[in-house]
Ligand binder design. Structure first.
Ligand code: GAR
Length: 215
């Protein structure tokens, strides 16, 4: 299955996905990495792995729709079948989201539906939660919403700052995103009535592999 990855910055989740795709039994290949920001560090990670990259700078487009049309054109031209948002910090238009419905994943650094949006780690600390984490979900028009494929729980520890908590969650993200993408490319994660149903290779209903890193 051909995968397209959308990034805006550092690209550490992209790196985790590249490593997963290199595993011999992984049935997906990253065909294209697109950044909406020229100079995003993740572009160099993709180039070092020999993956085609493209910059589509949103600032050069008059509207969200024309930017998204260019994105869609590039993904389609590359034969992409599933899109992974990996630190892609742009809201996508409804038309784009509908076109890629159930074929577009996002990773978010909280246990959705808690703490959608930005500044999630500070907001989790401010709320005093003892457990937070990260979520991989199918994308829907509403920001950080959509059927959940997998989640990882991460403890909030005494003395945590937004930075230490973000670093602990990021480690979990690097394990969770490959795991969730593997379920999707294997056809083991299906959307049924806006929930994700997991099945094993034989089609029997299954639960998400559970891990609670950091304890
Ligand atoms: C990750 O923590 C990801 O979960 C977050 O941006 C970071 C990107 O890091 N995404 C969001 O907040 C989307 N709502 P990376 O570029 O190193 O993968």
């Amino acid at each position: 299955m051909k995968i397209g990855v959308l990034i805006s910055g550092r690209g550490s989740n992209l790196k985790a996905l590249i490593e997963a795709c290199a595993e011999p039994d992984f049935r997906g290949k990253i065909a294209l990495v697109i950044s909406n920001r020229p100079g995003a560090a993740g572009l160099a990670i993709a180039e070092a792995a020999g993956i085609p990259t493209l910059v589509i700078d949103h600032k050069e487009f008059a509207s969200r729709e024309t930017f998204d049309a260019e994105l869609d054109h590039a993904l389609t031209k590359a034969g992409v079948e599933i899109v992974c948002n990996a630190g892609f910090m742009r809201i996508l238009s409804d038309g784009f989201v509908e076109k890629w419905r159930d074929r577009q994943l996002n990773i978010h650094p909280s246990l959705l539906p808690a703490f959608k949006g930005l500044h999630v780690h500070q907001r989790a600390l401010d709320a005093g939660v003892k457990i937070t984490g990260c979520t991989v979900h199918f994308v829907r028009p509403e920001m950080d919403e959509g059927p959940i494929v997998a989640q990882a729980a991460v403890p909030v520890l005494p003395g945590d700052t937004a930075e230490t908590l973000a670093a602990r969650i990021l480690e979990a993200e690097h394990r969770l995103y490959p795991l969730a993408l593997r379920l999707v490319v294997n056809g083991e994660a299906r959307v049924v009535g806006e929930h994700v149903v997991l099945s094993d290779a034989d089609g029997a209903e299954a639960t998400a592999p559970l891990f609670v890193p950091g304890i």
